[in-house]
Design a protein around this ligand. Structure first.
Ligand SMILES: [Zn+2]
Length: 339
């Protein structure tokens, strides 16, 4: 028999485990009530009847607060189940934090999350080879193919994510959510910087996003602390022009997005942070007045970007990149006229 008949709460109501993902919890409840292979209709019937699941939605986004998370940062129910093999060995339940798109490595055990687990009915392609069911997988299968990140990436994910994960494990959910907001915010800004770097560097197949970010953070010595002061400190350390441009654009986009669909980012003073970066940027450029002579149209000793490009014989976009990234030593930039 595979149908759930009760209209009220199920008879067996197992306790939800620490940070247990609501979707897989519902399947666990259904099984403990005698349904061997639960269907989505079974879990949806249970959902409104239990206090811990009543406020959840079938989309399967993780929930730690009433405030929503940016859509790019979370995956829906149909996306692959990911897990840390060691966490799963300790307790066989899927954690909500593994539903964050940018959370790739368990910062407690320093293992990259795996994605070969399936919950039948909910997971697409669960009949594929090398897929194991949540309820049937052995310890050996949990560990098959597990990998640790390289030391550089490990340092990076620890700085960005260990505070959040520690708070979750210690059951300090408000504290965890505050850290999560800042971690995601820094991830978004780092992503903007990464798009600037990628414009000029060849694609590197097989290199994960967090490895790329770890390299970038180390190369430019960006400080990463997951609180508001840490975010300010990060912005103050952006000295490369192209990085600043991308981050300013991303912050502007965020302001527009938050006005349409407020998320946890609305708790941060985005407009002030953007202004802070903008003012820092203006200060770092020599004012044109200092170098302009009244009888010259062009600052003495300076050439326009286009002239510099034709002198060197390369596209002006490349010259701008070389200057913005401090690759040419001793270059001074003057803002002249409107250009
Ligand atoms: Zn773990």
């Amino acid at each position: 028999m595979n149908t759930y008949y009760f209209s009220g709460p199920p008879l067996c109501r197992p306790k939800i485990l620490p940070d247990e993902w609501v979707e897989t919890y519902l399947f666990r409840v259904a099984r403990e009530n005698g349904i061997h292979r639960p269907r989505l209709s079974d879990t949806e019937r249970i959902r409104p009847t239990l206090p811990v699941t009543a406020s959840s939605k079938p989309d399967g986004y993780p929930i730690w607060s009433d405030t929503t998370l940016p859509r790019w940062s979370v995956v829906t129910r149909v996306n692959k189940i990911r897990y840390c093999p060691e966490c799963m060995t300790q307790s066989r339940h899927i954690r909500s934090r593994w539903r964050l798109t940018v959370f790739d490595v368990c910062t407690i055990h320093h293992i990259r999350l795996k994605d070969d687990l399936a919950e039948p009915v909910m997971t697409r392609g669960y009949r594929q080879e090398n897929r194991y069911f949540v309820t049937e997988i052995t310890d050996e299968q949990l560990w098959a193919g597990a990998v640790c990140p390289m030391p550089r990436e490990r340092r990076h994910v620890e700085r960005l994510w260990s505070g959040f994960e520690r708070s979750i494990v210690e059951n300090d959910i408000p504290g965890a959510f505050e850290q999560l907001t800042c971690s995601l915010f820094l991830e978004a800004l780092l992503d903007a910087v990464l798009t600037s770097v990628r414009e000029f560097e060849a694609a590197r197949p097989g290199v994960t996003r967090s490895t790329e970010l770890a390299e970038l953070v180390e190369r430019y010595q960006y400080p990463l602390r997951t609180n508001l002061d840490g975010v300010r400190n990060f912005l103050d350390q952006i000295t490369v022009g192209s990085h600043r441009d991308k981050v300013l654009a991303r912050l502007r986009r965020m302001l527009i997005d938050e006005a349409h669909r407020p998320t946890c980012f609305s708790k941060l003073p985005i407009a002030d942070l953007r202004r802070r970066l903008l003012i820092g940027f203006e200060k770092s450029i020599r004012p044109a007045d200092e170098i302009l002579r009244p009888d010259h149209d062009q600052p003495v000793g300076y050439v326009s970007l286009e002239s510099a490009a034709s002198l060197i014989g390369c596209p002006s976009r490349l010259v701008k990149h070389l200057i913005d990234n401090d690759i040419c030593q001793g270059v001074r930039i003057a803002r002249h006229g409107l250009k």
